[in-house]
Design a protein around this ligand. Structure first.
Ligand code: SAM
Ligand code: SF4
Length: 321
């Protein structure tokens, strides 16, 4: 079992399989063209899998595949199947913008994927185009329909922003609710890559707006989730993620692996240790030691609060959010 210095059990691994993306979301990616990490620097699925096996043997029970856009990486279903075949009980999930989901949802499910979180910030094509800087909405919605049709569990993530999609939180919630999908509103997190001038709708503002339309009670955090959940009168639950808080840190159970092999103990800290060299030379014992070191050094809480609050210099498209 992986236990950190604050007695937290670490049993959740998030793997960003690529930093590349087919969207340019204003809150995530720089506007100007930039250079991607060269493909040869990425760990292959075979290399990643060698490390995943160690993680599972050490007690990881949940794995989320993310990015960048994970569906851009060729043969992602084969990687999912490798993990599933090694340990079918693993809670295997993905986070995707859903643009390429249509036509592959069944293949992903057959490979062993259980759940998918999709990002839907708007239901207006022109706003989707403005946010993603590409005409995306139709493909996204068709992808979601297909994921539901093949029986994947689907959650929706929405980042509400002032003067952008703030007026749509009820509409997107209703869209999710009508299809049996939980929605989570994520407060926009400042970072060095986002477009200047984006203004988050705070959790308080989201709740105030929703309270005009619904009755709901605060149910607190689900175990180890950064999302606080609220239950409406009819039983539907929605979540709000307030990254600038640190209430969820005491239950944090996750570590992150980037496509280049950097193992990150906390999204908000720049510290990371690489497993790339050891995995590439087949030295899995050293990679296992790095895993234990990273878990041991997992910080008690994020750095947003207090006097030393920082803007994240790490790209969300690199870490997978
Ligand atoms: N491309 C996939 C997607 O968009 O779902 C997976 C990667 S994306 C980095 C994962 C999540 O991070 C998405 O739900 C996205 O909305 C969220 N995200 C990205 N940048 C963010 C920011 N600055 N603040 C809050 N959430 C952000
Ligand atoms: Fe791509 Fe996801 Fe970032 Fe949007 S949020 S640019 S879809 S990685």
């Amino acid at each position: 079992m992986l236990i950190d210095s604050y007695e937290r059990v670490v049993d959740y691994l998030r793997i960003s399989v690529t930093e590349r993306c087919n969207f340019r979301c204003q809150y995530c990616m720089p506007e100007k063209p930039f250079s991607w990490v060269p493909k040869e620097n990425l760990l292959s699925f075979e290399e990643l899998f060698e490390f995943v096996k160690v993680c599972i043997d050490e007690g990881i029970v949940k794995i989320r595949i993310t990015g960048g856009e994970p569906l851009l990486r060729e043969d992602i279903d084969k990687f999912i199947k490798m993990i599933y075949d090694y340990e079918p009980s693993i809670d295997l999930a993905m986070t995707s913008n859903a643009y390429l989901l249509k036509g592959v949802a069944q293949k992903l499910k057959d490979a062993g994927l259980k759940r998918i979180n999709v990002s839907i910030d708007t239901l207006k094509p022109e706003v989707a185009q403005q946010i993603a800087q590409k005409d995306v909405l139709n493909n996204v919605l068709e992808g979601v329909d297909e994921a539901l049709a093949v029986g994947l569990k689907v959650k929706v993530n929405m980042v509400p922003m002032k003067n952008m999609n703030a007026d749509e939180i009820v509409d997107v919630l209703e869209y999710a609710k009508a299809r049996g999908m939980t929605i989570r509103f994520i407060e926009y997190m400042e970072n060095a890559y986002a477009k200047a001038g984006i203004a988050r709708l705070t959790a308080k503002e989201v709740l105030e707006e929703l309270a005009k339309h619904y009755n709901f009670v605060d149910e607190g955090f689900d175990k180890s989730s950064p999302s606080r959940y609220y239950r409406m009168d009819d039983g539907y639950r929605f979540g709000i993620i307030e990254p600038y808080g640190d209430d969820f840190c005491k239950e944090c159970n996750r570590i992150r692996l980037t496509a280049e092999g950097n193992l990150i103990p906390c999204l908000y800290f720049d510290e990371a240790m690489s497993i790339a060299e050891s995995v590439k030379r087949g030295d899995i014992k050293t990679a296992a030691l790095v895993l234990k070191e990273v878990v041991k050094n997992k910080p008690e809480k994020n750095r947003w609060g207090g006097d030393d609050a920082e803007v994240s210099s790490r790209a969300f498209y690199e870490t997978g959010g």
